[in-house]
Design a protein around this ligand. Structure first.
Ligand SMILES: Nc1ncnc2c1ncn2[C@@H]1O[C@H](COP(=O)(O)OP(=O)(O)OP(=O)(O)O)[C@@H](O)[C@H]1O
Ligand SMILES: [Mg+2]
Length: 259
């Protein structure tokens, strides 16, 4: 069995805003992500999904427990961890190529132009390398973000609803693009989404969190062969529908708190 690349050991996180009640965001979170696999967390809004990604990246120190990457305790911001969000994060004063190059510059990588071009080609944007943010569609910006994230060759990828701001068709295409890039790199990915189709299509394991304070409610293996069918086709398979029903069955009671 592969060793865990990411491990969360009994993590609890309580925010203590000044002059307000403390907020217990997550409690007793233990989970592992095996090297080269994709694990996705789903759960109601506010249950602490983004918070645990922040703990893995070192942006935030847990109140109890700890996170590990590669068997080492996370105790500060790590540069071997890539982070991707719903907002594309493109710098408007840099071209698409310049944006992909940025992370390589920070890491003082020598042949950064070639690497950045290669990644822009992989996401189908080679003809747009000189374009600025305002000259690109939302889907293209998110493709730049995919290129930028993979270009730095991170050991671990944290993805917080990375396709959440896209229309549903562009989203399907980006999911396929992401998975094909992942197939060739086999990065270790901890992914967060509200989209159960996306979670099943991408993941080896889906973890359902409870309502806040977030705890692990269930761990559901996705035993579908890889490479996966395209998302629209996969959605019609009976195995897919069974897994979907199981995850929604677990999640429904947690989301219902808001009804
Ligand atoms: N810096 C902070 N200070 C105080 N409270 C915070 C802070 N960051 C997050 N929280 C609180 O922690 C809880 C978890 O927030 P988090 O952003 O992790 O939720 P989430 O599961 O990612 O939700 P969503 O699905 O809406 O993105 C929320 O109640 C939020 O208000
Ligand atoms: Mg969030």
């Amino acid at each position: 069995m592969a060793k865990p690349k990411i491990r969360l050991a009994n993590i609890g996180i309580t925010f203590r805003p000044r002059q307000r009640e403390p907020v217990v965001a997550v409690q007793n979170i233990s989970l592992s992500v095996e090297e080269g696999s994709i694990v996705t967390v789903v759960g109601p809004s506010g249950c602490g999904k983004s918070t645990i990604l922040n703990a893995v990246s070192g942006l935030l120190t847990p109140s109890t427990g700890h996170a590990e990457v590669d068997g080492k305790r996370v105790d500060g911001i790590r540069h071997d961890v890539g982070y991707m969000f719903a907002r594309d994060g493109m710098m408007p004063w840099r071209t698409a190529l310049g944006n992909v190059e940025f992370g390589l510059e920070v890491r003082k990588i020598a042949n950064r132009r070639d690497i950045a071009r290669d990644w822009l080609r992989k996401v189908g944007l080679e003809k747009f390398e000189g374009h600025y943010r305002h000259e690109l569609s939302q889907g293209m910006r998110q493709r730049v973000a995919v290129a930028r994230t993979f270009a730095i060759d991170p050991d671990v990828l944290l993805m917080d609803e990375p396709f959440g701001a896209l229309d549903s068709q562009t989203r399907l295409l980006l999911q396929e693009l992401f998975l094909s890039v992942w197939e060739s790199t086999r990065k270790t990915v901890l992914f967060v989404t509200h989209d159960l189709h996306e979670a099943i299509f991408l993941s080896d394991i889906v973890i359902v969190f409870t309502n806040r304070p977030g705890r692990v409610k269930s761990v559901i293996p996705i035993d579908l062969p890889r490479p996966r069918l395209p998302p629209a086709e996969l959605a019609t398979a009976s195995e897919f529908r069974d897994i979907y029903a199981r995850i929604w069955g677990e999640l429904r009671d947690e989301v219902r708190v808001f009804e």
